[in-house]
Design a protein around this ligand. Structure first.
Ligand code: ATP
Length: 306
């Protein structure tokens, strides 16, 4: 049984279909990415998984049980828009949110102080939220969502607006939660981060799933399409290759487009060895960014205009 199951979920805003028959499942303890361009329907989906809004059709199950108000205590949610009380201090906010999720005031305080230290936010307890920068309040919002040790943590665009140092702090916190067994679902349109973090993904475009599964299987399905060769000496031997196949070429390095993956790469290596000295040869997997762009474009071109 999957930890979280989304089955045939539909959400309409008036006549607009924001989520159209979304189905996928998430295994316990996994880091799962909900990807898609702006307006794809990611936030709508996450708001249904956190039961802030309800689906019009379909169902969402947590450990086999239909999602209910009871489950909300087991879920932590970091929304895209901040939801802290601006005139209260950081600690007052955290104590309030911790108690809302069932912690005693003492437990909430202890967890708040632990996470404030972990997130490198020492000494912020007494600051009013209105005095915090965007990135600082993002950290406090994150702490508010994890204080009660949720078994499912849902993060909507968790890295937007963070500088690289704070991205690292967030990644460390996510690692820590995963090592404790937390299942984490997050949305993003920043493919490089998703690529670095996720084991499994769904890719949504215009409310529909256009790709899903384990990232490594999706990459394997797309196949190797690019091959890089570093060589010694001049590059004249490359003149024998069709120019359209050469993606880029510098003094001692060339990137070649492959039509037949690995087998073709082997042939090129054998051919090049007779003509030059090879320093490095590497088949390059498609990046998630390339997969994203190609899949979204393909799904748009397949859509029948209404
Ligand atoms: P982004 O990456 O830009 O945050 P998203 O993938 O999270 O986008 P959603 O916020 O889920 O997308 O929005 C999906 C679609 O549903 C959009 O076209 C949006 O305008 C529409 N939508 C979202 N919320 C509402 C609402 N409350 N009322 C009407 N339409 C809405």
């Amino acid at each position: 049984m999957a930890f979280l199951e989304v089955q045939g979920v539909v959400k309409r805003y008036g006549r607009y279909l924001a989520n159209d028959q979304i189905s996928f499942s998430v295994e316990q303890g996994r880091l799962f990415g909900v990807l898609g361009p702006n307006g794809a329907g990611k936030t709508t989906l996450l708001r249904m998984i956190t039961r802030i809004i309800l689906p019009d059709e379909g169902s969402i199950l947590l450990e086999g049980q239909p999602l209910s108000a009871e489950h909300q205590r087991r879920i932590g949610y970091v929304p895209e828009e901040r939801g802290l009380y601006r005139n209260l201090t950081v600690l007052d906010n955290l104590q309030y949110f911790g108690q809302l999720k069932g912690l005693s005031r003492t437990e909430a305080t202890a967890q708040a102080l632990h996470w404030l230290a972990f997130m490198e936010t020492h000494g912020w307890e007494k600051k009013k939220v209105r005095e915090l920068s965007k990135g600082m309040s993002q950290k406090v919002q994150f702490i508010a969502a994890v204080l009660h040790r949720p078994s499912l943590l849902v993060l909507d665009e968790p890295f937007s607006g963070l500088d690289p140092i704070n991205v690292e702090v967030f990644l460390r916190a996510i690692d820590e939660l995963r090592s404790q067994g937390t299942t984490i679902l997050f949305s993003t349109h920043v493919m490089e981060q998703a690529e670095q973090m996720c084991e499994d993904i769904v890719l949504i475009n215009r409310g529909r799933i256009v790709e899903s599964g384990r990232l490594r299987d999706i990459k394997a399905r797309f196949g190797i399409r690019r091959f890089e060769l570093d060589f010694e000496g001049d590059s004249r031997f490359l003149e024998a290759l069709p120019p359209a196949r050469i993606l880029s070429c510098t003094d001692h390095s060339v990137a070649i487009a492959l039509e037949n993956g690995f087998a073709e790469a082997q042939q090129i290596i054998a051919w090049a060895l007779e003509r030059t000295t090879i320093r490095r040869a590497e088949c390059i997997e498609p990046s998630l960014r390339e997969i994203f762009i190609e899949t979204v474009r393909r799904s748009q071109s397949e859509e029948v205009p209404a």
